[in-house]
Design a binder for this molecule. Structure first.
Ligand SMILES: [Fe+2]
Length: 280
C-alpha cells in the first residue's frame, strides 16, 4: 500500500536557510522570533522555539537550503516513499541530524529541495515562548503551473485554492499535505526562491502578543494586520534583516477534502481587510 502526501499526514517541521551573515540572522530569529540559539559551528546556527526551528548556514542571502517536512509515523513515511517511487520520482537519501535514519529528499521543478523524515526525539521541541509553530512555506516561481503539477500530481498534495490571473494563468496555488489549508504554496513572480514562511499562532490574541514582542524589538509590521481570502487566516508580516518575509498567522482554515476554489487575482483576494502586496 502506498500513501499520498495528504494520506501520510505530513507537516512543515523546519527550514534550512542561508545568509551571508548567519550569526547576525540567527540572533535576529533568536530575539525576534523567540527562539533559543545554538551555535553548531562558525557557519551553522540552530534557532529553536516551541514547535519552530530554523537552521541558518553561511551562504547567499535569502537562500533556501532545504525544506524539512515531518511525518509522524515511520510506516507512513515508508508508504509515502513507495508512492513517490511508483510515480518514478527521483528520491535521494537525505542524512540529517534532525531526522531519524530513513529520511529522503526530492527536488521540485524550481530546484527547491524538499526533505521528508521523522524528527529525532531530541529535536521534538518542548521549549516555552509565544505560541507560533512553524506551519507553511511559500515559494516564488516563474511557473506556478509546474509547481501545481509537481506537488499535486506527483507528490499527492491536495490543491485547496488557486488564484487565477485575468489571462487564465495561475497567480498562486495553495497545496496541503495534511488538514491545514496549505503547507506549501507558490506565488507567480519574476524570480525563484522563498516568498515567505509562516508561523501559525492559532488565535488573534497571540498575534497581539507577537506584535507587542516585535515592538519591544523595534520591528515594524511590513503588512497587516489583515485577513487572507484563501485560507481565511488573519496575518501580520515582518521582514528579517536579510529581507526574508515572515508571517504570523491565526485562524488558518482546516480542510477535509473540500473542492478546490478558484479566486480572482485582486487586492481583496490577498487581503479582505485592506491593501495587498501583489507579487505579479
Ligand atoms: Fe502565508
Amino acid at each position: 500500500m502506498t500513501l499520498s502526501a495528504v494520506q501520510a499526514d505530513i507537516s512543515l517541521h523546519h527550514l534550512a536557510i542561508a545568509s551571508n551573515n548567519p550569526d547576525k540572522l540567527a540572533n535576529f530569529y533568536s530575539n525576534v522570533m523567540g527562539m533559543k540559539l545554538q551555535k553548531k559551528s562558525n557557519n551553522e546556527f540552530l534557532c529553536e522555539g516551541p514547535l519552530r526551528k530554523i537552521i541558518i548556514t553561511k551562504g547567499e542571502d535569502k537562500g533556501l537550503n532545504y525544506v524539512g517536512m515531518a511525518c509522524r509515523h515511520d510506516s507512513n513515511l515508508k508508504k509515502f516513499k513507495e508512492f513517490l517511487l511508483d510515480k518514478k520520482i527521483k528520491v535521494s537519501e537525505f542524512q540529517s541530524v534532525y531526522f531519524d535514519a530513513g529520511s529522503f529528499s526530492v527536488i521540485d521543478p524550481d530546484q527547491n529541495i524538499i526533505c521528508f523524515g521523522i524528527p529525532k526525539e531530541s529535536y521534538k521541541n518542548t521549549s516555552t515562548g509565544i505560541n507560533g509553530p512553524l506551519q507553511h512555506i511559500t515559494f516564488a516561481s516563474l511557473d506556478v503551473e509546474a509547481f501545481q503539477n509537481f506537488y499535486h500530481n506527483q507528490l499527492g498534495f491536495d490543491i485547496t485554492d488557486r488564484v487565477v490571473a485575468v489571462d487564465g494563468t495561475l497567480a498562486t496555488c495553495f497545496t496541503t499535505s495534511n488538514h491545514e489549508h496549505h503547507t506549501i504554496a507558490c506565488f507567480k513572480s519574476d524570480r525563484k526562491g522563498m516568498d515567505h514562511h509562516s508561523y501559525e499562532a492559532g488565535e488573534w490574541n497571540y498575534i497581539k502578543d507577537w506584535c507587542d514582542h516585535f515592538a519591544s524589538n523595534h520591528i515594524q509590521l511590513m503588512w497587516g494586520p489583515g485577513r487572507h481570502g484563501p485560507g481565511n487566516n488573519l496575518f501580520v508580516f515582518i521582514e528579517d534583516i536579510d529581507g526574508n518575509w515572515i508571517e504570523v498567522s491565526a485562524e488558518l482554515e482546516t480542510v477535509h477534502g473540500r473542492p478546490t476554489k478558484n479566486w480572482p487575482q485582486s487586492e481583496r483576494t490577498l487581503n479582505l481587510w485592506g491593501k495587498a502586496i501583489l507579487r505579479s
